[in-house]
Design a protein around this ligand. Structure first.
Ligand code: GLN
Length: 533
């Protein structure tokens, strides 16, 4: 029988529920249990695909082409598992489904209500995961903070589900904040008590508390939290700030969190094996032999989470090369204002991430020209690859005004243009070329050297594409097409002959990089950057 762990959060947002859930996933998996994870998001968007990175941070794309919450990225990176569209459920998706059924007449004359229809739909989205792959444990993370109005149907569904599952078959792990008040020189437990009180009002009693804190909890504080929140003292886990997020699972394991979960859920105790994680991830992250500085030139740089998977994949590339990657976030518009030398003169590598819309494009083109001419290692991702093509068209082929039709519909040289199947698309949500497809690598190229494989599956999220009518002209001037999607003869990777490392892909390699398995392109890129003084 599948057991469930519901992870909720209280007091404030941004406590790191996603990292905590992912860490629990890793701990249970390392005990030999079969786990999966799910994120419940209480917002009304059907998926985050239509949201601005300013609102939401990165949109994470799964192998099966779902546009999802970035927590699924944490789940995949920590556990090495592959998530699918069913692993992220939003209120929008739930309502959409209920309303579709209502219009079809499925409710046979009934009044359709939040309870039971919405809550039933939520419950069936949760239990659906147990039906595919029969996991031992499903870890369900509830987005938002306890007390949010929009989270209520989700918590009510969980309350009902816990009752239906019966004692010992589910857990509620609640993440809370224990703030340190400087003036009093004390850790304060009241916000935690209130937040657990709020949960109890809804009918949920957490069995385990993860207390985010800047200072270690004294025995006295731990006892107090246990007593007032009605949990066992050993189930009060302190979640101190760590030097590196990949330390979180080790920190939890030291306090016996996995043992407590296994005991409370009556699961087979299997011996924990975190050796690989400890030696290949945490030790390397904490003790790198060298440092390399890489610029990410984008337009959402103020927001910490906008390029989450890219930041992580760069770190993985560092782990593979025993180096710490220092990411310099550069505002593309600033490159236009100050010139590339001022912004990029001190970096050993330049990365241009994906993006949409015209703003910042000219700055990205200048950054690419600088990297190309100064022979600085370059990695272009999706829009970054399209910009590399535009820059080459303008400055090497001499095609003035060359552009993507996304930015200039009347460009005289549409080197990037709309995919044919995209030309009739009218709706923005979920209509891009999405998810993984297998492409062929051309032997003798930098990309092939990085992967050491004849083909690779990579995830996509785009509408525009390299325009094949220009292929020959580009090749003549030294652009190499090193990755091709054979079915439709689409360009997947471009690189430059005569440059130490200039590679750009139409897909998102960052979504497939794992700390234990750094992505070949990030590994190769960081390696090349390290070779530059
Ligand atoms: N805007 C571009 C397109 O739709 C690139 C998308 C991206 O970078 N993810 O093709």
């Amino acid at each position: 029988m599948t057991k469930y762990i519901f992870v909720t959060g209280g007091v404030v947002s941004s406590l790191g529920k996603g990292i905590a859930s992912a860490s629990i996933g890793l701990l249970l998996k390392s005990r030999g249990l079969k786990v999966t994870l799910q994120k419940l998001d209480p917002y009304m968007n059907v998926d985050p695909g239509t949201m601005s990175p300013y609102q939401h941070g990165e949109v994470y794309v799964t192998e099966d082409g779902a546009e999802t919450d970035l927590d699924l990225g944490h789940y995949e990176r920590f556990t090495g598992l592959t998530m699918s569209k069913d692993n992220n459920v939003t209120a929008g998706k739930i309502y959409y489904s209920v309303i579709t059924k209502e219009r079809r007449g499925d409710y046979l004359g009934k009044t359709v209500q939040v309870v039971p229809h919405i809550t039933d739909e939520i419950k069936s989205s949760i239990t659906k995961l147990a039906k595919t792959g029969s996991p031992d444990v499903v870890i369900v993370e509830v987005g938002g903070t306890v007390g949010d109005i929009e989270g209520l149907p989700f918590l009510e569904a969980i309350r009902q589900l816990r009752l239906e599952l019966g004692r010992g078959n589910s857990l509620n792990i609640h993440l809370t904040l224990v703030p340190y008040i400087k003036a009093a020189e004390e850790l304060k437990t009241k916000p935690t008590q209130h937040s657990v009180g709020k949960l109890r009002e809804i009918g949920l009693q957490p069995e385990i508390l993860l207390c985010r804190t800047e200072k270690p909890l004294s025995e006295q504080v731990r006892q107090k939290i246990a007593l007032f929140c009605n949990v066992e003292p050993e189930a009060v886990i302190q979640a101190l700030d760590v030097r590196d997020v990949y330390e979180v699972p080790l920190m939890f394991s030291q306090q016996g969190l996995d043992g407590t979960i296994i005991r409370l859920l009556d699961l087979p105790p299997g011996r924990e094996d975190l050796n690989g994680w400890r030696s290949q991830v945490v030790e390397r992250a904490l003790h790198p032999a060298k440092t390399v500085r890489i610029a990410v030139v984008g337009k959402y740089i103020q927001l910490q989470d906008a390029y989450k998977s890219i930041d992580e994949a760069l770190r993985h590339g560092g782990l593979a090369n025993n180096a710490k990657v220092e990411v310099k976030k550069v505002d593309a518009e600033q490159v236009s204002k100050d010139g590339p030398e001022a912004q990029l003169g001190d970096v050993q590598g330049v990365l241009i991430p994906g993006g949409f819309g015209h703003r910042g494009i000219e700055g990205k083109l200048e950054a690419i020209r600088y990297a190309r001419e100064k022979k600085i290692p370059f990695l272009g991702i999706c829009l970054g690859m399209q910009c590399a093509v535009i820059e080459f068209a303008r400055n090497v082929l001499g095609l003035a005004g060359a552009n993507s039709t996304e930015f200039d519909a009347k460009t005289p040289a549409p080197v990037i243009s709309l995919l044919e199947e995209q030309q009739r698309v009218t709706h923005l949500g979920g209509t891009m070329r999405l998810g993984a497809s297998v492409y062929r690598l051309v032997p003798g190229t930098k990309a092939h050297e990085a992967y050491q494989l004849p083909e690779a599956a990579e995830r996509h999220r785009h509408r525009y594409e390299f325009n094949n009518t220009y292929r020959e002209a580009f090749e003549k001037k030294g652009m190499v097409f090193s990755g091709i999607y054979p079915q439709d003869d689409l360009v997947e990777v471009v690189e430059l002959a005569g440059h130490p490392w200039f590679v750009a892909g139409q897909f998102h390699p960052e979504f497939k990089s794992r700390p234990l398995e750094p992505h070949p392109l990030f590994r190769g890129f960081v390696k090349a950057a390290l070779q530059r003084e």
